[in-house]
Design a protein. Structure first.
Length: 68
């Protein structure tokens, strides 16, 4: 049997949010937020994972997060 849904609670609804963060060195000093991430989170328990947005699209991340 294949597990699907949140890896913590098994719920099958997820949401996404976009966040940005500064790196190190000059970007930290000048507060340049050049690192962008997509947060995929379970709508039931709140478990979340960060993904680098330069790597995958949001729909692919939801499928990966929910085991689809």
């Amino acid at each position: 049997m294949e597990d699907k849904g949140c890896m913590k609670c098994g719920h099958d609804e997820a949401g996404t949010k976009e966040i940005a963060a500064s790196g190190t060195g000059f970007s930290k000093f000048f507060d340049v937020q050049n690192n962008h991430f997509t947060v995929v989170y379970c709508k039931n328990c709140g478990y979340a994972e960060l993904y680098n947005t330069e790597v995958s699209g949001t729909s692919n991340l939801l499928d990966f997060f929910l085991g689809g």
